[in-house]
Ligand binder design. Structure first.
Ligand code: F0G
Length: 467
């Protein structure tokens, strides 16, 4: 008999999670203003809100925590992290930050100004926020296939070179500080970018004198997909592929909470000394001295180990095959999900799932709330709430897809949890025709509204404008 797949780890420590009743959950949802971010973790049985900072560290990482060096300047743990980042990315300079968006804040403080244009592949929301808060604009140049959930293109994070060149032709070089390639592309469904595409983006951008940077939160998962799907890459190690990926850019921002396998942290890695010096000033103002940038020495030590673990094939295989396991179960139950299945999450197409809920009543949010009511599973909306309003017209921006993301924390849940999740979603799917009403906004902040928006059950009255 062929031996089945088994995870390359065993579990050394467990954390209790508790079931609740449907009645309890209905009360908690009302108290949370129908925003899943407002729930307490004790009100959640399986938490799929995010894969960011929610994973389990290895015994080796916990060991490194004990030996971290807390020196304010020149810490040994910084040095370990610097050496690791250099060996994985090839970039010379490292600036730690407290998380990914802080890296964006520091780097964009140097590079992005009022009126600038930043093309890329479906920028993540904090990234877009950091561009728009500087009165600049993000232009999405992702390939069209990414927006058809049934298209099986193996690299749906790819940039369409014609769309990118159009941007390069339309705006003067001085107005385009860089092109940003997000690997994997979270906003289009955890979809990878191919090496071939990265290389082509680099060549095109070089011709127009525009630098390329990577938003690298899930770079190791991207490298795994390249190994599995791109011709000629199957015999290379993840580390070799990652090195080549980064060779097609001038630098990167990183949220270490994903493929750094730690609970908090981020960094910028760069080759250009002048840029590094300028960014160092902003690091000191916003984050802390340049050899810790908002991170404890022990956290940098754990991150150095985590980056090495995350770029091992055996780890990535267990990680991504668990996400696939859940995705395939949902496909088996007839549930419309984005295909191919992404690296860190399964995305449910709520427009297909809940055809009776109008787009102005936030069908993806509605579905997320139904899944929580059903089984205590917390997901996140990747739809109109997240897409926010147009900064000028203040109208809702309706994205091409209205998704519910089931993000899987790394090394945290078992496949029994995956079976439970799939059964819960199936139960909601079976009563989908009874779900006809969505939600309306009662309060929202100026930007990044999905984190704190207040909602109520829709009554057909036009939604309120932000105060
Ligand atoms: N870039 C990408 C592609 C991300 O997915 C995230 C965070 C960030 C940047 C920002 O990093 O959270 O460390 O400040 N994504 C999380 C998520 C929040 O749930 O997808 P951060």
């Amino acid at each position: 008999m062929k031996l089945p797949y088994a995870e390359p780890f065993r579990i050394k420590m467990v954390e209790e999670i508790r079931q609740s009743t449907r009645g309890e959950r209905e009360i908690w949802l009302k108290e949370a203003k129908f925003n899943l971010f407002n729930l307490k973790s004790s009100q959640v049985f399986i938490d799929l809100l995010t894969d960011s900072g929610t994973g389990a560290m290895s015994d080796t990482q916990w060991g490194a925590i004990m030996t971290g060096d807390e020196s304010y300047a020149g810490s040994r743990s910084f040095e370990e992290l610097h050496n690791t980042v250099q060996s994985i990315t090839g970039y010379k300079y490292l600036l730690p930050t407290h998380q990914g968006r802080a890296a964006e804040n520091v780097l964009f403080s140097v590079l992005v100004k009022d009126g600038d244009i930043v093309p890329g592949n479906s920028h993540f929301d904090t990234t877009k926020g950091h561009i728009e808060i500087r009165k600049a604009h993000a232009i999405d140049c992702t390939i069209d296939e990414a927006f058809d959930i049934n298209d099986l293109h193996p690299f749906k994070g790819n940039i369409n070179l014609e769309k990118l060149e159009e941007v390069y032709k339309k705006y003067p070089k001085e107005q385009i500080p860089f092109c940003l390639v997000t690997i994997t592309c979270n906003s289009s469904g955890g979809q990878p970018v191919s090496l071939e595409n990265m290389k082509a983006v680099k060549e095109l951008s070089d011709r127009y004198g525009i630098p390329v940077y990577f938003d690298s939160a899930r770079f190791a998962e991207n490298a795994y997909f390249i190994k599995k799907r791109e011709a000629g890459q199957e015999n290379r190690t993840i580390k070799e592929i990652a090195k080549e990926m980064f060779s097609y850019g001038e630098g990167m921002t990183m949220s270490s909470k994903k493929d750094g396998l730690v609970n908090i942290g981020g960094f910028i890695a760069l080759n250009d000394e002048e840029l590094y010096k300028k960014a160092s000033n902003f690091t000191i103002i916003f984050e802390g001295f340049i050899t810790y940038g908002g991170m404890a020495g022990r956290d940098m030590a754990a991150l150095a180990v985590g980056l090495n673990e995350a770029t091992e094939f055996a780890y990535l295989e267990s990680r991504i095959s668990q996400v696939e396991y859940l995705g395939n179960k949902l496909i088996e139950y007839g549930i419309p999900i984005q295909k191919p299945i992404g690296g860190h999450a399964v995305f449910i197409d709520s427009l297909n799932f809940l055809p009776n809920v109008s787009r102005s009543e936030y069908p993806a949010q509605t579905l997320g709330l139904e899944i929580y009511k059903e089984a205590g599973i917390r997901t996140v909306e990747i739809g109109t709430l997240l897409a926010d309003r147009d900064p000028e017209t203040r109208e809702n921006r309706y994205p091409k897809l209205e998704l519910v993301r089931l993000a899987i924390p790394r090394r945290t849940y078992t496949n029994n949890h995956m079976d439970y999740i799939a059964a819960a979603v199936k139960n909601v799917y079976e009563r989908r025709n009874e779900i006809t009403k969505g939600y309306q906004i009662t309060w929202e902040p100026e930007i990044l509204r999905h984190f704190s928006v207040h909602l109520e059950e829709a009554d057909g009255i036009v939604e309120l404008q932000p105060k």
